[in-house]
Design a protein around this ligand. Structure first.
Ligand SMILES: O=C(O)CCC(=O)C(=O)O
Length: 251
């Protein structure tokens, strides 16, 4: 099971270089002041540098390769596992998306709130038209909580607890260590988990989600005003963006 479409994940070596990683770390640090906080949400809105990276030819090109030319970044979140913030992530699929405003629409639910932003489970067809690119800002071995996947599990829609148990019993999992600068591309519906980190090193990951479909009934992706209007989200910070464009030129 070698292709991304079959397995549901693929690793890309050396997507981001050392200079770019330093820039990303600085950009994230501006929003991550509490060492006990496991991460930062909504980084497309918060950071022009992250937006720039998400829309850069190298990174957006990967999303476009699998989702088509309509692929746009819809969410970016950063997390780290350290001695102060360390956790085990049980086997699950990524089923929720962040939207601008709660609107009851058939096929969308249940709803929840995270960081005061409405989140909802969209229909399977939306999740099937998404992927995430996880960019590693540190080396990440099995000991510091590398992500595990069950290959092929993304092709069976939303799985209930019983089905997840069956997948775990019948299929081997694959641990995906990564080096600093590597990326792992994954479908949100793939079963994945990760262990607590067993060493005190940082294990920083920037997780950027992409989609190639509009949402139904007037719902809007929280971090993009619409599939073809990501630029509008950025318009108020255009000048800031222009300054930083130079710095991220090669990504
Ligand atoms: O990076 C990890 O430890 C797992 C993250 C995860 O489970 C997720 O993004 O849904």
């Amino acid at each position: 099971m070698n292709s991304f479409e079959d397995s549901g994940f693929v690793q890309i070596k050396s997507l981001v270089n050392d200079d770019e990683i330093e820039l990303l770390k600085q950009a994230i640090a501006e929003h991550h002041s509490l060492p006990t906080a496991p991460g930062v949400r909504h980084l497309l809105r918060r950071s022009p540098i992250i937006r720039r990276l998400a829309k850069s030819p190298a990174v957006l090109g990967i999303a476009a390769k699998y989702l088509g030319a309509n692929a746009v970044p819809v969410k970016a979140i950063y997390f780290d596992k350290t001695a102060a913030a360390n956790w085990y992530v049980t086997w699950h699929q990524d089923l929720t998306i962040a939207v601008k405003e709660k609107i009851e629409v058939a096929g969308y639910g249940p709803w929840s709130m995270k960081d005061d932003i409405p989140h909802v489970q969209p229909p399977t067809s939306v999740l099937e038209n998404m992927l995430a690119i996880r960019i590693h800002l540190d080396d990440c071995s099995a000991e510091n909580g590398a992500i595990n996947f069950i290959a092929g599990s993304h092709s069976y829609g939303k799985l209930n607890a019983q089905e997840i148990c069956e997948w775990r019993e019948k299929h081997a999992s694959i641990c995906c260590p990564a080096e600093r600068g590597d990326a792992i591309v994954m479908r949100p519906l793939i079963l994945h988990s990760s262990s607590k980190s067993l060493n005190p090193e940082h294990r920083r990951v920037l997780h950027i989600e992409y989609a190639c479909v509009e949402l139904a009934g007037g719902l809007k992706w929280n971090e993009a005003s619409g599939l073809d209007s990501v630029e509008l989200v950025m318009a108020t910070e255009e000048e800031e963006e222009e300054e930083e464009e130079e710095e991220f030129g090669s990504v």
